[in-house]
Design a protein around this ligand. Structure first.
Ligand code: DAH
Length: 337
């Protein structure tokens, strides 16, 4: 029987077949059970004798099955190990790391610069009231200077802010007559047709400094720092008289051309100077409307276009590049720190 079993076991390749064979030998109706049945008719001595033999036989059979079972299980595990082997030298997936958007980079640079000069960063909503965006900035309803900014109105009292200047109003109302030193970068909207230099949505950074004995010279110092930091340490600035309803006097600020150093080139239209922002001393009407006593506290404000300085800095000619989200364009700014 054992020799026969050994032969049969050799043919077995999996656990299902093995279990079947096991039932044939050791199951209730298997060969060993049959041998036990046969003992019934024997004498007690013969029973004892044969019983011992059958037990030995059974143990041998069981150990043969156990050995085969272990062999098959081992083979299964080995097979799985081979299948699941990982090549630890395989290179990992290439992650496409994003880059900081050039406009955000400009905002980060401006924030770092002005925080270093003691300013705080303020925020305001993009949906603004007519009162904060215009009226309290000395632009009552029907004022002709409203034409300077074509505005998206939601209803007669609500609009998409056309400038970041309403954050000046909000901050003044909040600080209730106390000194202020803030910048406010953020999104702005105007009903302009998009072209190389206009975008219906763009960004500005507002600045407002109110305190005792603040003069136009302080404004000039704050803006010279900006020109140097953003466009190069050897930049100069000049102030030209201008008009904004919320400042008096108002100035337009030019920076010496960073491309030609002031000699004259295509970038500065041969003038040596490039206009970068509007600014001025905060108009007394604005101060009064926002709860400040102009005899006590006064100061300056400025508003700079984020796209404008970013375009100048990197020589970008079309403002739409910032908003088309073409990865090839954005990736060019990988190295910007
Ligand atoms: N808000 C002006 C604009 O969008 C820019 C500006 C000019 C802001 C003078 C100021 C300022 O704070 O004082 O054209």
């Amino acid at each position: 029987m054992i020799e026969n079993l050994k032969k049969e076991l050799k043919q077995i390749n999996n656990l299902v077949e093995l279990n079947q064979l096991k039932t044939n030998y050791l199951g209730k109706k298997g060969l060993i059970s049959q041998k036990m049945q046969d003992m019934k008719t024997l004498s007690p001595e013969e029973k004892k004798q044969l019983g011992q033999e059958i037990n030995i036989l059974k143990k041998e059979i069981e150990s043969l099955f156990l050995a085969k079972e272990n062999e098959l299980k081992e083979a299964l595990i080995n097979e799985e190990i081979i299948k699941e082997t990982k090549d630890v030298t395989m290179p990992s997936y290439k992650f496409n790391l994003g880059t900081i958007h050039p406009l955000n980079q400009t905002i980060i640079d401006l924030e770092n610069l002005y925080i270093g000069l003691g300013y705080e960063v303020a925020e305001g909503p993009e949906i603004e009231t007519d009162e904060y965006c215009f009226e309290k900035l000395n632009l009552p309803k029907g004022h002709p200077a409203r034409d300077m900014q074509d505005t998206f109105y939601i209803n007669p009292e609500l609009l998409l802010r056309s400038q970041t200047s309403p954050v000046q109003v909000r901050t003044m109302l909040e600080k209730k007559g106390k000194p202020i030193k803030i910048i406010c970068p953020g999104k702005t909207y105007r009903r302009d047709a998009d072209d190389a230099t206009h975008s219906h949505q763009f960004m500005q950074c507002e600045g407002l400094v109110l305190g005792h004995n603040i003069t136009l010279a302080d404004l000039k110092g704050a803006l010279l720092e900006m020109a140097k930091k953003m466009l190069g340490e050897d930049r100069k600035i000049r102030l030209r008289p201008s008009y904004f309803p919320f400042t008096e006097p108002s100035v337009e600020v030019d920076v010496s051309c960073h491309k030609c150093g002031g000699k004259g080139c295509s970038m500065c239209k041969n003038t040596g100077w490039i206009e970068i922002l509007g600014a001025g001393m905060v108009n007394h009407h604005v101060l009064e409307m926002c709860g400040y006593d102009p005899n006590e506290i006064q100061g300056f404000a400025f508003g700079v276009g984020i796209e404008r300085i970013t375009m100048l800095k990197y020589g970008i000619e079309d403002i739409r590049n910032f908003y088309n989200n073409d990865l090839r364009f954005l990736k060019e700014f990988k190295e910007v720190k």
